[in-house]
Design a protein around this ligand. Structure first.
Ligand SMILES: [Zn+2]
Length: 232
């Protein structure tokens, strides 16, 4: 079994942690005799296996064999929007997305092809995120007096956002699918990087000025995968 070892000043006893990625970590007090570790891990193997299974079930980390189905609705949680999707069979090469009034999407084309439908919906979501997230960043930028240069919305696997030394901000379109507080925190975080391009004490002090709960939100953000539906 693969595991990593971490020394912690705050722990008195050797213990195990399984994090959300399924990585096993042995936490030991500073100066602890490491020769005890392999036996300890071996003895706790049943607990590790059980915990991993529980996490996998909860966060569906195991790639399921079931094909992912196209959605009937999209919750754009951050902006309190609930979009309904109607699929309309039509003889055409590509799937066309039409944005209707009152939060309704029409997909026209070979709508039995779930994979193609999902590609088309994601393309629409990214363009919609460009509109909504850009507007929100501008609002926060005005409120905080933190100026940025350019903003781009991307489909990123692991990052929620980033900021370059030219004050260009990148945001993940999936931010719209998180609760408002979390989306808002990521934007504040990236705007603060326009002043401090690091995670220094000065940077966090600036973040705290605009979001006093940043520590809790930062923690929640690490467990936010559960807000993103499988098909995204
Ligand atoms: Zn950062």
């Amino acid at each position: 079994m693969n595991y990593s070892i971490r020394e912690s000043k705050r722990t008195k006893y050797m213990h195990l942690r399984v994090n959300l990625n399924g990585n096993v970590e042995v936490v030991i007090p500073v100066g602890f005799n490491r020769s005890y570790i392999p036996d300890f891990v071996e003895k706790n193997h049943p607990w590790i296996a059980k915990t991993m299974l529980r996490l996998e079930k909860k966060f569906s980390l195991i790639a399921s064999d079931e094909p992912i189905c196209k959605p009937d609705e999209i919750f754009i949680t951050a902006f309190h929007e609930h979009w309904r999707i109607d699929y309309i069979e039509q003889r055409r090469v590509n799937i066309k997305v039409q944005q209707k009034e009152s939060q309704q999407l029409w997909l026209l084309g070979d709508v039995n092809d779930d994979e193609q439908c999902i590609v088309a919906i994601k393309r629409w979501l990214i363009s919609y995120a460009k509109e909504k997230l850009t507007k929100h960043v501008q609002t926060i930028s005005e409120q905080t007096q933190l100026n940025f240069n350019k903003i781009s919305i991307r489909n990123q696997k692991t990052r929620w956002g980033s900021c370059s030394n030219k004050k260009n901000i990148n945001l993940n379109f999936k931010l719209m699918l998180l609760p408002f507080d979390l989306m808002n925190y990521v934007i504040i975080h990236e705007l603060c990087h326009t002043i401090h391009l690091n995670h220094s004490a000065k940077f966090w002090k600036l973040v705290a000025l605009f979001e006093p709960d940043y520590k809790i939100l930062d923690k929640q953000l690490k467990q936010s995968a559960r807000y993103i539906p499988d098909w995204v």
